[in-house]
Design a protein around this ligand. Structure first.
Ligand SMILES: Cc1cc2nc3c(=O)[nH]c(=O)nc-3n(C[C@H](O)[C@H](O)[C@H](O)COP(=O)(O)O)c2cc1C
Ligand code: SF4
Length: 274
């Protein structure tokens, strides 16, 4: 019924999918019936696939998320807690890149992984703009420096930020501390319609950078470019985000030069237990 296809020979009528659906749109008429979608459920279904993922018997398929497209979780690939902690703590912001291009297939692969990041209401509205031409990337860094020069002259508040004159001076000495001579730049963006667009963009890039470290690729969040891209028209024109995309963040991507041997400490978390 609705989006749900139940294999009656496999369904144990245990109601697990009924209890899991975040929108409570799956029900069972009685204990002897297989699950169904409530009338009109198709209009509100999040397409989150939890109903498919949670059925231990492989009895439930979804019109839009067919069971064939949802591989089983491999027990052999499950990492333990220590491995997870080291993996997450090993992520570093890489600011020095080898003069070596990153293959488009590698970037494509990273984006394919990043699309599994959660999005508000499962909207999946994040899109990608990728630059792999070093000259074009350098041009964006230069436009960001132009914005900084403008800010320095015209915005007394921002002029007090100590890093602006330093970045401008570095650029004039031939050093790009905006995009760090990265061989690739990946920009995630989302339209205004994405209610939690900025969070979705950030999570997608977080997934991307975590995956990248396992492919020997270094990444760094391009905060300076982000600031300029919010308002600097020449930069907005040069980047050319998809139409209507107001949420954006860019990430430098390249084969990293540094190797790290320790996990740096961070502040103790401040927690309010209530
Ligand atoms: C920014 C953000 C806000 C979310 N808010 C809610 C929420 O208020 N309630 C909820 O049940 N799920 C919430 N979610 C979870 C999403 O609905 C969920 O990520 C999406 O359906 C995909 O399912 P998955 O996370 O299991 O892959 C939120 C997710 C994100 C990223
Ligand atoms: S895809 Fe998600 S929202 Fe839709 S029926 Fe399944 S569990 Fe419910």
């Amino acid at each position: 019924m609705g989006f749900l296809h139940i294999d009656e020979s496999k369904c144990k009528k245990d109601g697990i999918c009924v209890g899991e659906c975040p929108l409570v749109i799956i029900y069972m008429k009685d204990k002897e019936s297989v699950p169904e979608m409530v009338p009109g459920g198709e209009q509100v279904c999040l397409l989150c696939g939890h109903c498919v993922a949670v059925c231990p018997h492989g009895a439930l398929s979804h019109e839009k998320i067919p069971i064939e497209a949802c591989p089983p979780i491999s027990k052999d690939l499950i990492i333990n807690e220590e491995q997870a902690i080291q993996f997450l703590r090993s992520r570093r912001s890489v600011r020095f890149f080898k003069d070596k291009p990153v293959e488009k297939e590698t970037i494509q692969r990273l984006i394919e992984i990043a699309r599994y990041a959660p999005t508000g209401s499962n909207s999946q509205l994040v899109e990608w703009t990728v630059l792999t031409d070093k000259e074009k990337i350098r041009n964006l860094a230069g436009l960001t420096v132009d914005w900084m020069k403008y800010v320095k002259e015209n915005d007394p508040e921002a002029a007090r930020l100590p890093y602006i004159p330093l970045i401008i001076a570095a650029w004039e000495m031939g050093m790009d501390v905006v995009l760090r001579n990265a061989p690739a730049l990946v920009i995630a963006s989302a339209p205004a319609a994405a209610i939690s667009g900025m969070v979705d963009v950030s999570l997608s890039l977080s997934y991307l950078e975590l995956a990248a470290q396992k492919m020997n690729i270094g990444t760094c969040w391009a905060g300076l470019l982000h600031g300029a891209l919010l308002s600097w028209k020449p930069l907005q024109d040069a980047v050319g985000l998809p139409k209507g995309h107001v949420h954006q963040y860019a990430m430098m991507v390249g084969y990293g030069k540094p190797k790290y041997f320790r996990l740096p400490e961070r502040k103790t978390p401040k927690i309010q237990w209530k």
